[in-house]
Design a protein around this ligand. Structure first.
Ligand SMILES: Nc1ncnc2c1ncn2[C@@H]1O[C@H](COP(=O)(O)OP(=O)(O)OP(=O)(O)O)[C@@H](O)[C@H]1O
Ligand SMILES: [Mg+2]
Length: 335
């Protein structure tokens, strides 16, 4: 495969069909070594299918996969020794304790020192309940045990499908810390999630999929800097003049949205241009009563995946070409 040097995980043209449905439709992922990679996409986008192919649970219908620098083909499941995975609900022996389950797992693979099992139980916060039968565990406790199991062999690459599922806030924070710590040791963490906010604080690199295809991939910081927005509030009767005065900025940057009732305008320029926006308005004799700037991964996600904007009450009038016709209400900032 070309262009995959230095990648922990790469897929090229990956396809998987379920009947006539293309769950993966030529997916190209490039996951660098030593990062937390947030794999994002709406329901049915193909995240779990990707995880299943990567762990050999299902066979692809085309394309190639490279894991830790080597091709990963049918019959290569033994190569997953260096890979830890949590895909779907983890299965454990219900009548055994968490500790006994981890021991069983350890016995079936390469040697794992028993100290490691205790460390992992501690890491995922299950020490107190480690002797209880897993059948009596809550969903979040099973999920914690699943994360411990994925880490058992001290893998170089960790594949986690929606690992935050069922975790309480403390569990999510602990998991985030654990995954960041692993990346800082040079391990690669590939994690799927719906929780944009979660990914935003944890990932170095993000890949967004929709309908089995990659629609955007890159360092999170880069994606966010491209997704800047400056929102200003003006008197509702001045909205039209404000839009006119901001046109020169929008011409370069393509998009202004407005909420006429509330008087909010969203100008899609990088967040550090708030001053320019303000100056432009002042030049037209319009003074803002509110100004906010920031970046919005959620907006990017919705635009790229063709989703509907959250809220939906306000009417935004796009000037120029709205990206995929999506709009936000600005209500969230008005609150
Ligand atoms: N076993 C299966 N049989 C038939 N269709 C399937 C099967 N598994 C997945 N699909 C289909 O493949 C597509 C991708 O599903 P997948 O589970 O990979 O999505 P996902 O991104 O993980 O979604 P979610 O966010 O809901 O978990 C969907 O259209 C789904 O209906
Ligand atoms: Mg899924």
């Amino acid at each position: 495969m070309s262009g995959t040097a230095g990648l922990a995980l790469a897929t090229r043209g990956l396809r998987k069909n379920y009947g006539s449905r293309h769950a993966l439709d030529g997916l190209n992922l490039s996951v660098p070594m030593g990062v937390v990679y947030g794999f994002l996409g709406p329901n049915g986008a193909g995240k779990t299918t990707t995880m299943r192919v990567l762990t050999g649970l299902v066979h692809s219908d085309g394309g190639t996969v490279e894991v830790l620098g080597k091709p990963f083909k049918r019959g290569d499941r033994h190569r997953l020794f260096d890979v830890g995975a949590l895909v779907e609900s983890p299965t454990f022996y219900p009548y055994l304790s968490a500790r006994a389950n981890l021991r069983e797992l350890a016995a079936s693979g390469a040697h794992v020192p028993s100290k490691r099992i205790e460390e992992l139980l501690d890491l995922v916060g299950l020490c107190d309940r480690a002797n209880d039968k897993v059948q009596g565990y809550s969903m979040g406790m099973k999920q914690r045990l699943g994360i411990a199991a994925a880490l058992l062999s001290d893998p170089k690459l960790l594949l986690l499908d929606e690992p935050a599922n069922g975790l309480d806030p403390a569990g999510i924070v602990a998991m985030r810390d654990t995954l960041r710590a692993l990346a800082s040791q040079g391990k690669t963490v590939f994690i799927s999630s719906h929780l944009l906010a979660e990914v935003q604080v944890m990932a170095d690199v993000v890949g967004i999929v929709a309908a089995g295809k990659l629609v955007r991939e890159g360092p999170l910081k880069e994606l966010l800097s491209m997704q800047g927005v400056v929102k200003v509030r003006v008197r509702p009767n001045l909205v039209d003049s404000a839009i006119k005065s901001l046109q020169p900025l929008a011409a370069a940057d393509r998009l202004i949205e407005s909420d006429r009732e509330e008087g909010w305008l969203a100008v899609h320029v990088s967040a550090d241009r708030a001053e320019d926006v303000n100056q432009q308005l002042a030049g037209a004799g319009i003074f803002a009563s509110g100004l906010e700037s920031g970046t919005d991964l959620e907006m990017l996600f919705l635009e790229l995946t063709g989703g509907q904007a959250v809220g939906g009450e306000g009417t935004f009038v796009g000037l120029g070409a709205p990206a995929n016709g999506s709009a936000t209400t600005g209500k969230e900032t008005a609150a």
